[in-house]
Design a binder for this molecule. Sequence first.
Ligand SMILES: [Zn+2]
Length: 444
Amino acid sequence: MTHNYESIRAETTSYLQDLIRIDTTNPPGNETRAAEYLAGVFKREGIEPIVLESAPGRGNIIARLKGDGRAAPFLMMAHLDVVPAEPDKWTHPPFDGKIVNGYLWGRGALDTKQLATMELMVMLWLKRESQSLARDVIFMGNADEEAGGKLGAGWLVQHHPDLIRAEYAINEGGGFGIEFWGHKFFTCQTGEKGTARFAMRTRGRSGHASQPHADNAVLKLADAIQKIGAAKFPLHVTPTVRVFFDGVAAKLGQPYAAQLAALLDPKQYDAVMQRLPIDASMRSMIYAMLHNTVTPTMLNAGTKINVIPSVAEAKCDARLLPGFTADDLLGELRPILGHAVEIEFQDHTPGREADHRTPLFETIARVMARHVPDAPVLPYLVVGATDARHVTKLGTRVYGFCPMLAPMEELDTVHGHNERLSIDNLMFGARVLYDVVSEFCEKT
Ligand SMILES: [Zn+2]
């Protein structure tokens, strides 16, 4: 696979450029064009793909390399849709696939057309080398992740489970590096938080705005929102997070180990957080890894400026740690809000955690140690949500591992302006992933 590196680099780069040039902004998605593009590449290589539309234009692609069946299938998944881009705010256009100073610019370069490209290359290299596999290796490029996955991974799980059923899967969500006090670690996502969306409602007496009174639903709602903003939610240490911090502490030694242990202690958390020399984004990430969070995002009250409305409503996006339910969250909200505020849950997806003590995790750790020595791989809890929530329903162990050498700041453009990825990083990811998949799936 490493013979003729320059041509492999050019080939890999051109696939990602082409994928970025196919605008799959969701909504509306239009992922079929991207799925058909990938299908064309697979067919040229003698791999027979399947393209399935969940709705007009909403294409998903699946391709499979057969193993001898001695071990259960292995899935590589990536979503083909992207979030909207606001092109006028970009330095280089989001759908041109331009390369500037070694960086490939475009919406999806980090989320997740780069992963789709890495996985595509793994499939092509396995096929070209006629590697004999003990497991089927399945590629899934799916629609609709950015809108919840009902027309993508969720639809495939429901309507075509046999095409994607696997023992293990590789997905987005981890694989990037994290630094603590000059020491580098790599993440492998083994858990992710769940969601609980709810409406928060207050009621009061309607009336004429010229005669203000305190029984005003809008004032009560403002008060409730303030309370959520100022609240201290309880700290919870889930198994994934425990193993993550233990791993960091083990490498750093004292005095850091003691500080990290104190961070997980509810009584010391605030004081330690203030002392730790970490930046604001790491701070809020660590907070979210240790707490159920509630974020008010939408407001609705009143129909006329001179009428005091009798009802005011805020929509809140809550994220739950694995193992917590909407009822648990309600138990944390009531002491903050009291009982006068109505809370109505609208949807709830539980979080999940997968055991990291598996042969796949071992393979990932071993391969990474070869590529980047002295940077251990740690299980990691992602505070957002991915398509893993759908695929785990088939009993699949899903690990988020898109290998990224880039520093954290570079990855900050996900969902933002000027999303870009260095070609070096793209190649690093493809090669690491190839080593992981070939070593894990080959006949031994
Ligand atoms: Zn995304």
